[in-house]
Design a binder for this molecule. Structure first.
Ligand code: SAH
Length: 243
């Protein structure tokens, strides 16, 4: 019974992954906050085995690339019906293909997706998928970074985890979300905890001063310095809404 409402009557945020490796899930989504939130029905996770839509006795899902070249490509006549099936289950959810060619996944995009009804995610394998499926089904392509993975499963988990921790009730205080890296268009300031002295290093005095105004100023400066050093591209795009 995956789609019962939460105790306060809200519908869960629904993640559905189409994959050749459903056994990879929930993986890291099955521990800690994401697991608790799933038990509380704040979100749900379903997988569809693409091979169930495979062709013939061998349930074939892929074939050689038209025009030649290395590797195999997932077939349109397999993915099409699989995507139709998934779309029927959650018609309002965007259809997303995890792909190195896609729009980069950012905190802003995760926030937008977390505000919707959920996501239907297609995880590719091999050389990828037949291009015609992307156009025919209106797939939105999303990349988790400028490197190539062996499959879309880990990328799907990354996207889901980034969204799930933004759902109301998942992370304890909403303040711990708003001060995080990227939320202000800045990287987060350095964090410290006990003990006060460790290995010849101490916690910066200002953090122990109890002066909240000073602490806020120090953190802000640290954030700006770190961002300028490591990610000047974030500062340049700060005029716009942070994404
Ligand atoms: N030949 C393709 C890469 C295929 S990698 C190309 O050059 O673009 C196999 C699958 O892994 C892809 O279909 C995609 O679903 C997934 N994948 C690989 N890298 C990814 C990334 N950076 N972001 C999201 N998905 C990725």
């Amino acid at each position: 019974m995956p789609h019962l409402p939460t105790s306060d009557g809200r519908q869960p945020w629904r993640a559905h992954v189409l994959t050749l490796f459903p056994e990879a899930f929930p993986g890291p989504l099955g521990v800690s906050l994401a697991a608790q939130a799933r038990n509380a029905r704040i979100w749900s996770l379903d997988t569809t085995q693409l091979r169930d839509f495979g062709l013939g006795k061998h349930r074939q899902v892929d074939d050689t690339p038209a025009g030649g070249g290395a590797g195999m490509v997932l077939r349109a006549d397999v993915l099409g019906p699989a995507l139709d099936h998934a779309q029927n289950l959650n018609p309002e959810a965007p259809l997303i293909y995890l792909s190195p060619r896609g729009t980069p996944l950012t905190q802003g995009l995760a926030r937008d997706l977390a505000q919707g009804p959920g996501v239907t995610l297609l995880a590719g394998r091999f050389e990828g998928i037949d291009e015609r499926v992307i156009a025919a089904k209106g797939l939105k392509e999303i990349s988790i970074g400028d490197y190539v993975l062996a499959g879309g499963e880990v990328a799907a988990m990354v996207l889901i985890e980034a969204c799930v921790r933004l759902l109301p009730g998942v992370v304890g205080t909403s303040e711990s979300l708003t001060t995080e890296s990227f939320e202000m268009g800045l990287l987060e300031y350095p964090q410290f905890t006990k003990p006060r002295d460790w290995d010849g290093r101490s916690i910066p005095d200002v953090l122990l001063s109890g002066d909240h105004k000073k602490i806020e100023t120090w953190r802000r400066e640290q954030s700006e310095r770190l961002t300028a050093d490591r990610r000047p591209d974030l500062l340049r795009s700060r005029g716009q809404k942070p994404t």
